[in-house]
Write a new protein. Sequence first.
Length: 227
Amino acid sequence: MSTTSDISNVPEIRTDASARSRAWIAAFRSPIGIAGVVLMLIIVVLALMAVFGLTPHDPARQNVAESLQGPSGSHWFGTDQFGRDVFARVASGMANSLRVALVSVAAASVIGVLLGVVAGYYQGIADRAVGVVTNVLFAFPPLLLALALAATLQRSWVTVSLSIAIVYVPIFARVARGPVLTLRNAEYVLAATAIGRSRMSTLFRHVLPNMRSILVVQVTLSLSWRS
């Protein structure tokens, strides 16, 4: 009797579309879920208006003659003490905040998850090395690290994104490492290893898909902290 043919039928991880649809339905049935979706859409629309120049005024243009005006058809949110359109400035701020949040969290999640997966799956020297790196990063106060990078590098939104990404990398690394320690001993992972699949293939086909829900929650929380 050949055990190879039996083990070779290791099931692949498939996306549960029905579960996702039920989650969306539950979110839209909840008043809190509807409010969250509406607020997020408003933020995204404001940011897109600023990115594509669809705001009625230039957010940096000053006009002292129109300073401190109330909301009107010309200035939807009124003007500030320099006569700048408040609505245009709010939209521009939304765009900058979302850009920094998306770039920093994307970079932190990719690097942090990679470090956490390597540490949890390979263990040994890799685990100890990643542990030292994360402990060192946790030891730095986030504000002090951001100021140091701003003093060293050019002051721009890229520097801000880099500072935030470095702060979030150890968080993602530790969040990813924990589930990997459990999943590496799961039966389907051991079966995939037994039939000769490489560690890299096993990671991407069986370990990472089962961490998807945890990582999505962490990415969502990180975006909310940054935004």
